[in-house]
Design a protein around this ligand. Structure first.
Ligand code: NDP
Length: 278
């Protein structure tokens, strides 16, 4: 019988604990979010982050820029935020428009305020097995979810599908730190199903419905990071949830699995950076 990994329930628990902690603090953390352009999904994500932050007592500032803003203006703002003692966490909502290099922008965020854990300093720390100031939110949320359900990772074969800098690549390190044997797949991988069939844990972060029950071994653990919409506008993940649920031991749903955990991790990171810099 499959167990659903309930990200909403765990998010609510984490947020309730954070709120209790923040209620006792005289000075509150402040999260600054830079949003460039009018990508509708990005606007929704940012509003969601702001609403969640404010619901638990984190101050949030959204700095909105038109899509033709210069890179220089954004860089100047980040320098200003780096120096601002009232701001302890900085997030640049991705993607940025094509004329703005996301690397140039991320690289100058003060690593002590890098709430997404994307700066070279923090990724370097993660990959060398040391503690960064902040861990990337989505992989951190996945690990919290696995831990909540007491899923043992040690010695397991984990197959990650998707090698982005924000999900797949940092996940390698999280899983290695917990003694998993890790395989990472991407769009050039041949015979994906032959690889996923050997996995005890499959984590898919692609953005297309590509994982079905014939690609998995019975009782495997399935984490679905993907988010896409079908023709009717309904949100789904990378995994055929209905059929995979019949053979998996654990599965995270979309929506309601990894997405809420990403937000919970962002809030945890904001509070952790605040405590670090006080
Ligand atoms: P990217 O587009 O950066 O990466 C997608 C990855 O999938 C790439 O590595 C790509 O390979 C790989 N890929 C594409 N097609 C295939 C295929 N047919 N077989 C195997 N691998 C394939 O996406 P992100 O990592 O940013 O996001 C992935 C998904 O996760 C999206 O749907 C996104 O919306 C969602 N997401 C959800 C979050 C949440 O909180 N729930 C947070 C972040 C992302 P290659 O590198 O070769 O191009």
């Amino acid at each position: 019988m499959v167990t659903i990994l309930d990200g909403k329930k765990l998010r609510d628990k984490i947020l309730a604990e954070l709120k209790l902690k923040l209620d006792k603090m005289e000075k509150k953390p402040t999260l600054a979010v830079i949003l460039i352009g009018n990508n509708p999904a990005s606007w929704i994500y940012v509003e969601n982050k702001k609403r969640t932050a404010e619901s638990i007592g984190i101050n949030s500032i959204i700095l909105r820029y038109p899509k033709d803003v210069s890179e220089e203006e954004i860089l100047d703002k980040i320098h200003e935020l780096n120096k601002d003692d009232n701001v302890n966490a900085i997030l640049v909502q991705l993607p940025t428009p094509a004329h703005i290099s996301k690397e140039n922008i991320i690289n100058i965020i003060d690593p002590r305020k890098d709430v997404d854990g994307f700066t070279p300093y923090n990724t370097g720390k993660l990959f060398s097995g040391e503690k960064p100031f902040a861990y990337p939110c989505t992989p951190k949320g996945i690990m919290l979810l696995l831990d909540e359900y007491n899923i043992n990772i040690d010695g397991k074969h984990a197959v990650i599908v998707g090698r982005s800098n924000i999900v797949g690549k940092p996940l390698i390190q999280f899983l290695l730190n917990r003694n998993a044997t890790v395989t990472i797949c991407h769009s050039h991988t041949k015979n994906l199903a032959d690889i996923t069939k050997t996995a005890d844990i499959v984590i898919s972060a692609v953005g297309e419905k590509i994982i079905n029950e014939n690609m998995l071994k019975p009782n495997c653990i399935v984490i679905d990071v993907g988010i896409s919409k079908d023709a009717a506008g309904k949100i789904h993940g990378d995994v055929d949830f209905e059929n995979v649920s019949k053979i998996a031991s654990y599965i995270s749903p979309v929506p309601g699995g990894v997405g809420p955990m990403t937000i919970a991790s962002l809030m945890l990171n904001t509070v952790e950076l605040f405590e670090l810099n006080r």
